[in-house]
Design a protein around this ligand. Sequence first.
Ligand code: HEC
Length: 511
Amino acid sequence: MVEAESIPIRRRRPWFLTFFGLLAVGGLVAMPVLAGKPGAEEMPDIVRFLGHFHPFLLHLPIGVFVLILFQELGATFGKRRAQAGNGSLFPLFFGVASAILAVIAGFLLYHGDGGEYGDNPTAERHLWGGLFFAIAAVLTFIAKAWTLALGANPAAYRLLLFGSVGVMGFASHDGASMTHGSDYLTMYAPAPIRKILGLDGGKPTVPVKAAADQVVYTDIVAPILERRCVSCHKADKSKGKLRMDTYELLVKGGKNGPAIEAGNAAESNIVVRMDLPEDDDEHMPPEGKPDIEDFEVAVIKWWLDSGADPTKKLAEFEVPSEIKQALAKLTSVAAAGAELAPGHPESAKEAGPDDSLKAVVAGLSKEFPGALTFESQESELVTFTAVSLRGKLDDETFGKLGPVLPHLATLDLTATKITDKSVAALASAKQLRVVRLAETGVTDASIDTLLKLTTLESINFYGTKVTAAGVQKLAAMPNLKRLYLWQTTVTPDAVKALKEKMPKCEIVSGS
Ligand code: HEC
């Protein structure tokens, strides 16, 4: 090692900081590797308690890094270079420490919510983006410490800093997309800006091209899928790991392989799903969504059977007369959709919430700030979470939600004062998928109501008075994938019996 006194240095060499920095990097990398994917087992409350700090903590490094970025840009390009830079390590240290804490909290959030994010590619990418940012931040910090100690050229440090901020941008964008929907920033953008960003593609439009010039996939098939399927099969919501927003992604397919087989409609997964009886669990689009019209299905099948070419024009196909009729019907549907100003959210009539529902939700949001939100801009489904209300929510206040119950997809009433009476009102919540009744006064009486909600996929009875006799009835629920019975009187034997009756459902009982 070079003698410290032999070269001009301003500070002691930061071996200590470097060591701990690298240790932190090792810990960050090890965290997801050791923990694996989030499972269904109920996490202790402390995990969720700490996890819920994520949305708070994450803003600290963003502020700090943006500030330092501007300082360094000033130092690099500004006129008074010497004064612009920052010779102190503390701000960066603060930024790095808060980034690490934010990542840890985010990780606990990911795992604490019982696998809710387990199947969400945006969540996964966000996790890795955040982790990667924290690592880049630590390395930036180490680089700055050495730059200052050696009085060295700050180029390497600055490069790392700019890189870190770039990664931070990506990670934050994914995070924001998950909480607000990917179109949050642009949803009210003026029409010209939406156009520049290419946001109006795929909406039903009157075919402006002469019919023969239409590319069958782009101008006819893709808009049908866009209207009927893409709301659940796209970048940040790829159900069944399937995206349907481009031709390539249809070919790539989902969990069960390619979604389309060129030349063979009958073997194409999308057709198989659309042709299932409407009350089949696997029918697409799922129950609760307006079903796809027969003439739309006919057109898709014809295109697949004719070779599913993504670029061929209508004129190049042989069009049987029943397909001509179907295409004519399709044009009138598209024309009806396009009568609304293009680009206005309302033009996606089938997919988006209508004005009266929006007004009701807006009204109730004033009463329950932050608790009631649409699942996404295109969705007419809503989520209600009583996290911030808890003990303030009782049967009477819950009653005010009556008008939106038919649109509820997720309902979190954990630790509120509601009873079986509120659950009885859920009889009209015919689209409900997830309901959390943990630590409330509900009893077996609620189970009788829930039995009628065949869309339910997840029920949380953690810490309630439900009994073995009551929960046995849930075996009849067709779509139930998760059931939480932790801290109830249901015995391990009863859980075992139930598990046998519903092998597809994960039952979390803590024993
Ligand atoms: C309301 C949301 C929603 C809509 C709309 C929707 N799907 Fe799905 N889709 C799902 C869910 C959830 C799954 C995963 C569960 C399953 O496989 O049934 C899925 C799975 C699939 C799969 C299986 C993918 C695989 O490889 O396992 C196909 C194929 C499919 N959907 C096709 C369609 C088609 C075609 C449409 C439009 C006509 C459509 N979906 C509309 C929610 C939706």
